[in-house]
Design a protein around this ligand. Structure first.
Ligand SMILES: CC(C)(COP(=O)(O)OP(=O)(O)OC[C@H]1O[C@@H](n2cnc3c(N)ncnc32)[C@H](O)[C@@H]1OP(=O)(O)O)[C@@H](O)C(=O)NCCC(=O)NCCS
Length: 196
């Protein structure tokens, strides 16, 4: 598989923002996100992400096509619901980089691209002076009716990258699930790693 992985900033980041939105809608339809993609929401989300200083997209290219993307930006540039759990325990927000999504088209998985997404984002975060990386992941009950047979949570993958969930460090995010009439809030568990 000849896929190249590149960290994009500045004008290149801006040029590839629509690819992130497209992949979020494509990949997050599946369990555990079940996201009924909404272009208006994506526009706002992406505009806020792009406005953060030191934001980066790590993109996987097959030829000219972006088949996967992951994002990162300083935690202090994130919306209040993301920063609140860190603020309330007295953390120095400037020490953290926040990793947004990793979304890789299913047919490209299992070739180490997800590992590269973490390596590239961590290198960028360190270069920007961050001492910790953090991301959050949706919490689903083990018996969720939409959980596919044989579904493997990514916990082992994240653990191998050096991340651990921080008990009680949780926020809520809302989106409309496939088949639902309205948005509903979901608990999101933060995972962190010391970078230096
Ligand atoms: C997360 C994601 C980007 C990982 O991409 P990937 O390229 O398939 O991952 P890699 O090939 O780099 O996997 C590296 C290692 O993790 C393991 N791994 C990958 N997915 C795993 C899973 N679901 N459960 C356990 N281990 C997993 C691989 O076996 C491999 O292990 P190894 O190092 O022992 O060989 C991809 O699975 C994805 O897009 N998932 C859907 C979206 C999502 O849930 N994103 C995360 C939250 S935003």
């Amino acid at each position: 598989m000849s896929v190249r992985v590149e960290a994009l900033t500045g004008a290149l980041l801006t040029a590839h923002l629509p690819d992130v939105a497209r992949l979020r809608i494509e990949v997050f339809r599946a369990y555990p996100y079940l996201y009924d993609g909404d272009l208006a929401y994506e526009r706002d989300y992406i505009a806020a992400f792009a406005a953060a200083p030191n934001a980066v997209i790590v993109a996987a290219f097959d030829g000219d096509e972006v088949v996967g993307a992951s994002t990162a930006a300083p935690l202090r540039a994130q919306v209040g619901k993301v920063t609140a759990p860190f603020r309330s325990r007295g953390d120095d927000l400037s020490a953290y980089f926040y990793f947004g999504e990793s979304v890789l088209r299913a047919s490209y998985r299992g070739h180490g691209i997800g590992v590269r997404f973490f390596e590239e984002r961590e290198a960028h975060a360190r270069a920007c002076g961050a001492r910790y990386a953090a991301f959050c992941s949706v919490v689903r009950p083990a018996e969720h009716p939409a959980r596919p047979k044989g579904y493997e949570p990514l916990d082992a993958f994240w653990g191998k990258r050096g991340y651990a969930p921080e008990p009680g460090l949780i926020c809520n995010m809302s989106w409309k699930e496939i088949g639902a009439l309205a948005e509903s809030a979901k608990p999101m568990q933060f995972w962190t790693k010391r970078l230096s």
